[in-house]
Design a protein around this ligand. Structure first.
Ligand SMILES: C[S@@+](CC[C@H](N)C(=O)[O-])C[C@H]1O[C@@H](n2cnc3c(N)ncnc32)[C@H](O)[C@@H]1O
Length: 324
């Protein structure tokens, strides 16, 4: 289990920064939050819960921009039903309000939920509470009332997403270590000076220095694929070459601004990828959590790794338990 974000406000800020910059609806590109298998899982669960608990209270923990709640869209929700989304990021919650105005939001740490015990009919979390540490695992278990359910989709330590995050973390760290961005900044600054009438020697010498570092992106893409890290590496690789070739066509402030923004965002991105890797639950951790729930009078209804087509790696752990 990773450190609690409560103990690491910096990481909480990173999530907020992530959601602030995101207009997209989920935290992963491929094979992630909105995978059809997961959407189907949540839709079936919501369909059953909405009819089983008319006027029920349902909370999605660490809900991000609402990937789980989106599965309930279009289902008939009786008046009095409460849908709540909790997240540590106010920017994520702002997206929930925008996309699902009927959902209430709570900005809080999942390790310290400001709600009374045994007050919920359905408590859900998808790739969420495992970021908030051991305490969040106990917090989720105290929320359902008798007959209520706990439904969790948890990162699998050997899963597809963990592998994707490990590749992204490695690729971004290698990019940071290469110093390519500051060298490219230096090269372009000299290029624009040249266009303003300064000599060309400085630009050509900076370009010669950049070249081997620029080429060091190739083995990263060979190893991890061109889509690694949300195509950050491939985009940088293509754009640097394109701008260098056609410098007069590009605004200096735009080019410098783009590279400076990237330089400041990369460490946070790498950090988030590492946090995702660390949040993966091993088979032993998952088994022990299930045993803990059984001791707390939960009847386990589903507890298994979720496989998907075209890969032997699991997508996630699936867990549904009913409080008796
Ligand atoms: C990987 S995203 C998953 C979001 C969403 N459940 C989904 O499936 O797309 C993890 C979410 O957990 C939130 N989060 C991280 N640590 C948290 C904490 N300690 N308490 C509450 N939310 C937290 C982040 O802001 C982020 O929205």
């Amino acid at each position: 289990m990773s450190d609690s974000i409560f103990d690491s406000p910096a990481r909480a800020n990173e999530w907020d920064r992530y959601w602030k910059g995101s207009s997209s609806a989920n935290a992963y590109s491929a094979g992630g939050s909105k995978h059809p298998v997961l959407q189907q899982f949540w839709r079936e669960l919501f369909m059953a819960s909405l009819s089983e608990y008319p006027q029920g209270r349902m909370i999605d923990l660490c809900g991000g921009s609402g990937a789980v709640l989106s599965a309930a869209e279009g289902l008939s929700v009786s008046e009095g039903t409460e849908l709540i989304s909790l997240d540590i990021s106010v920017s994520a919650l702002a997206l929930v309000v925008q996309n699902y105005p009927y959902v209430q939001t709570i900005a809080a740490d999942a390790a310290h939920i400001p709600l009374e015990s045994k007050t919920m009919d359905l408590v859900s979390s998808q790739f969420g509470i495992e970021y908030a540490g051991e305490q969040a695992m106990s917090e989720v278990a105290r929320l359902p009332r008798k007959g209520g359910k706990l439904a969790l989709v948890l990162h699998h330590s050997d899963g597809l997403i963990q592998q994707e995050c490990a590749s992204s973390a490695d690729a971004i760290q290698r990019l940071i270590d290469s110093d390519l961005i500051s060298m490219a900044l230096d090269m372009f600054e000299k290029g624009y000076s040249m266009l303003r009438g300064a000599g060309s020697d400085e630009f050509h010498s900076a370009a010669r220095a950049v070249n081997p570092v620029y080429r060091s992106l190739e083995p990263i893409m060979d190893e991890h694929g061109v889509h690694v890290a949300g195509e950050t590496i491939a985009t940088l690789y293509n754009r640097i070459a394109e701008i260098q070739k056609n410098l007069p066509r590009y605004e200096e402030t735009e080019v410098i601004g783009w590279l400076e923004a990237m330089a400041s965002e990369l460490p946070a991105y790498a950090d988030r990828m590492v946090a995702m890797c660390q949040s993966g639950q091993s088979p032993e951790q998952f088994k022990s959590f299930c045993a803990h729930l059984s001791q707390m009078n939960y009847r386990i209804q589903q507890a298994h790794p979720q496989q998907i087509a075209d890969t032997t790696l699991p997508l996630a752990w699936m867990l549904v338990a009913e409080k008796s």
